[in-house]
Each structure stands twice: as C-alpha cells, then as structure tokens.
Design a protein around this ligand. Structure first.
Ligand code: MSP
Length: 523
C-alpha cells in the first residue's frame, strides 16, 4: 500500500475555455485532498492540462501562433483559475513537459519491443475537414456521410496499433472481481457492456503528414502518438514512474496506486475504463495496482449540455468576481451529488449561500459572540454539571454530526457531509431559540445554565469550523479567528470540550454577508 494518498483529476484540454464543469472537478478533488490533510494524512494531488492533438494544432494555426505558444497561453488561464478558486495541487501535469515525453517514449518502446504494438494499413473513408476516419456510425439515414463532414475521400493509411482486444477477458474478470474499480457502482454495468463489445485494437499513431503536434513514436519518426494514449500516461509519468534520478518527481512507490482518478462520466468509456486499465496491465501492473475511477456527473444548464456552440458556458472566474471563491466552492459542493448530474443556477448559488451560510452558520457565530460579549464579557465557563435540561434542548450532538460527516466524506459524498454540518448549525440556532439566553441573563438563578448554553454554542462553532475547512478554508479560518482558537485545524480536535475554562472569545464580525442578485446574473 502506498503511504501517501494520491488523487488525480482528468487533465483539461488546454484549448477549452474553463467552465464550471472543469471547476467542479478540481474543487471536488481539492476538497477530498484537504479532508485528508485535516485528518493529518499525507496526500498528493495531481492535475494539469492535455496539450497535444489536432485541435490545439488547428487553433494555434488560426491564431498564427506556434502550438507550444498557444498551449502555454491557454494553460495560464487554467492555472490562474485554480489559484483564484483555492485549488491547491501538488503536481502539475502539462503533457508537453520533457519528463512526460520521455516516459511516453519509454512506454511505447517497451510495448513495441514486447510485441504489443503492430503496424497495419487501414482503408476507409476519411473526412478532410474533420481530419478523421469515418465509420458506418457516421452515415446518415440515407446511408451517406452528411455535409457536416465536408469532402470525404477513400484513403489508405498505415498506422500503429496497440493489442487492446487481446486483454479483453482479463478486463472483464478484473471488473467482475474488483467492486471498487468504478465508483459509484451504478456505472459498472455500462462499462462491462462496453468491454464485452470490444473487438478491435487501438490505433495509437497519427501520421505526421496530417498531425505534427504530438509525441513522436521512438521507433517510427513518421508518426506522433494518439493524444489519449499520451494523455492517460500523465497519471504515472508525473507521479515518478520510470523517473530518472534528479528529476524532482515524487517517489512512485509512495503514491501508486492512486486512491482515485477523478473523472467525468463522458471519459469513462472507452478512455479510462477500457484503454487505461489495459495499458497498465500490458505494462505489468498487477491487479491491485489499478487505481479506482471516481466518476462524477455533469453540470448542465437548463437541462442542456454546457457547450461553446450553445453559448451557455459560465465562466467560473466571473462567478468568483461576483460572489467570491468560497461561495462558488460551496455551491459546487452542496448542490450536486457525486456521480449524478445537476443543473447550474446562479439563483440557487445565492439561495443556498444565504440560507445555509449567511442565515445559519454566520448568524450562529454572530449571535453567539454577541451574547457572550454582552452577558459574560466574552469569557467562557465550562459547564459545572452535565445539565440534562440543556441536553434536552440541544438536539443533535456534535458527535453524530461528526460521524455523519466523516462517513460521507470517506464515500466522496461532499453534499451529504455539508448537510450534516449545516443541520448541526441549525440545531444550535434552535438551541438559542429554545433556551432564550436573553431571559436567562436576567435571572441570577440561571447563571450556570446560561454559561452552559454559551459554552455549548462556542464549542459547536469550533467543531463546525473544523468540518468546514475542506470546502471553505478561508471562512473556517474566519470562524477560528473570531473564536480565538489559534490551533491548526485537525479533525481529531472536532471532539467536545477543547475550549478551556476561562477561554476568551474574539470580536464578532459578520462572516457571510448575504449575496445579492447581480444585474448581469444569468438566472
Ligand atoms: N483532456 C481530456 C481528459 C484527459 S485525462 C487523461 C478531457 N478534457 S476536458 O477538458 O474535456 O474535460 C476535463 C474534465 O472536465 C473531464 O473529467 C470532464 O468530464 C469534465 N467536465 C467537462 N464538462 C463537464 C461538465 N459540464 N460537468 C462536469 N464535469 C465536466 O476530457
């Protein structure tokens, strides 16, 4: 077993404009990573950009730039977005990096030497405009290739193939015997069906006559590597696989296998669910060295796919400007169930923030600190007795919130984890209503009960702050500052009774100012 938890995300197409779908995947993985840190485990998060291929070459040509220059410019957009969103990764996989190219070359050479690759001529219909071979699936009802394909010519081309089909039975057995290969499990049957239907091998080369922007095959310089074959290798090349001494890359044995590759449902079949395990298997990775695929759903808009051509893409950087990074992180984590799809709405972003953070957690913090200031000059007294009347008022306990939260996080269900925290904060607000500290403060006989209520609220807020760290690191810091709790956040401190007798709370400052509709909002 590796001694460092390793998460990766799909590497984004460098020529794509980052949208909320990309942002969701990175924030989700950042949250899982921060959760591991919160429980003081060592963790490594790898993400990056997929920089080769036809589309990059074409877009660069259109703009009159060299492909590398174009790719670098696009990459900068992603990097700046991750910084704005507080996505903290440890490794950056940019597939034009020399370390990556070297490993891809070594892998190809090895597969070639072991007879896993062969060269063959293919005759078929080729779309000059789309620069791809067409199959019968592309024919329209009249049995023809429609005008969208432009000029279609019959062409013969030689290419290199990877013996994929040879490993079909191994993969079927592997899927059947490894329940956790694909999470959530409802995606397994569709993958299994796809593997059952697998018949052909994988074409892993493109002749330089039509694509130059790729990694050259080490044994045939007339060809570059098919972009998916190159891109998938990022998960191991940037994790230190076959790394040369002094490369500065991590120690592969400490990281591998990854706890999960976090990917969207569109790239499970065939790339991650078929090509990738077979590539690893062909390279000699044992079954327990094949990582889990955590497959998330899609963000849609008004039920439709987000796409440039529909003109419905939402730029996460604009949302951050409008509402702040933490509001966007919260929404992206709270309003989707991992594995399922969700519909993006700015109105819901504001609503959930206002109801769950501003009116609930923020309000709890503000009221607690104000009452403590007014009635006790901000000094806390530990409850002298375990007051049963307080227990009756207090509702769900911190420990059950903590259990529900931890269980949900371990199963990648961040929305459920947040529900546990928000529900606990709501119960604390109810405790304020039920115990009415403003009445207790007027009755000296109730002094101990008032102390107990204030302590309960402050302790609860400290625990809520800890549980919010992975999703809302800055706001959690704000909670700790106001509570005057200077310790590094650790999940093991999310247990009752850590605020000491005589603890002095800080000054109340509104933490989650309500979000207002923006005139430009796309509600
Ligand atoms: N470059 C490939 C991945 C190679 S991994 C070896 C790719 N890039 S992508 O830019 O199209 O997508 C990057 C990730 O964003 C993928 O996991 C994809 O599923 C995810 N998403 C793209 N659109 C999405 C939504 N609308 N919603 C959620 N995630 C989506 O695929």
């Amino acid at each position: 077993m590796p001694d460092c938890t390793f998460y990766t995300t799909a590497i984004d197409y460098t020529n794509a404009a980052p949208h909320i779908g990309h942002a969701y995947e990175k924030v989700l993985t950042d949250v899982l990573t921060r959760f591991e840190k919160l429980r003081t485990r060592e963790v490594y998060f790898l993400t990056g950009v997929d920089q080769h291929g036809q589309k990059v070459q074409q877009s660069a040509e259109k703009e009159g730039l060299a492909p590398q220059e174009f790719a670098d410019r696009c990459t900068a957009k992603f990097l700046s977005l991750w910084e704005t969103l507080g996505v903290q990764f440890d490794g950056w996989a940019a597939t034009t990096a020399p370390v990556h190219k070297t490993v891809v070359g070594k892998i190809l050479q090895r597969l070639h030497d072991e007879g896993q690759l062969y060269k063959q001529a293919h005759r078929g219909f080729y779309s000059v405009r789309q620069e791809q071979f067409l199959t019968d699936k592309e024919r329209n009802e009249a049995g023809e290739f429609g005008p969208e394909w432009g000029q279609v010519v019959e062409l013969q081309e030689e290419n290199w193939y990877f013996r994929l089909a040879q490993h079909r039975d191994w993969l079927l057995n592997f899927i059947d015997s490894h329940d956790s290969f694909v999470v959530p499990s409802f995606r397994r049957p569709e993958l299994r069906n796809a593997v059952e239907r697998l018949s052909g091998d994988l074409c892993i080369s493109r002749p330089k006559s039509r694509l130059t922007w790729g990694i050259e095959l080490p044994f045939d310089p007339e060809y570059v590597t098919y972009v998916w074959f190159d891109a998938l290798i990022n998960y191991i090349s940037f994790a230190g696989y076959l790394a040369e001494a002094g490369s500065g890359l991590p120690d592969f044995n400490r990281l591998w296998p990854a706890r999960a590759h976090v990917i969207g449902k569109d790239i499970l079949i065939p790339a991650h669910g078929v090509y990738w395990p077979i590539m690893l298997h062909a390279l000699g990775f044992s079954d327990d060295q094949i990582p889990t695929l955590l497959v998330h759903g899609w963000w849609n808009i008004g039920g439709a796919k987000i796409s440039k051509s529909l003109g419905n893409t939402v730029d996460p950087a604009v949302l951050v400007e409008r509402y702040g990074a933490e509001a966007l992180r919260y929404y992206l984590m709270a309003d989707i169930t991992t594995g399922k799809d969700a519909d993006f709405s700015e109105e819901r972003l504001r609503m959930r923030f206002n109801e769950e953070l501003a009116n609930n957690v923020g309000n709890l913090l503000n009221r607690t600190l104000n009452m403590a200031l007014r009635y006790r000059s901000s000094v806390l007294r530990c409850p002298a007795v375990d007051d049963t009347s307080l227990k009756a008022l207090a509702g769900p306990e911190a420990s059950s919130a903590l259990n529900a939260y931890t269980q949900a996080m371990e199963q990648y269900q961040v929305d459920a984890a947040l529900r546990a925290v928000v529900g606990f904060a709501r119960a604390c607000n109810q405790l304020i209503e039920a115990s009415a500290p403003w009445k207790l403060a007027k009755d000296p006989a109730q002094a101990e009960l008032l102390d107990a209520v204030l302590y309960h609220l402050a302790e609860s807020l400290r625990i809520i702050g800890i549980l919010l760290v992975p999703v809302l690191p800055d706001s959690a810091r704000g909670i700790f500052q106001q509570l005057n709790w200077p310790h590094p956040a650790r999940l093991e401190d999310a247990t009752w009774g850590k605020l000491p007798e005589g603890h002095v709370l800080g000054t109340p400052t509104p933490l989650f100012p309500r979000l207002e509709a923006s005139p430009e909002a796309a509600d």
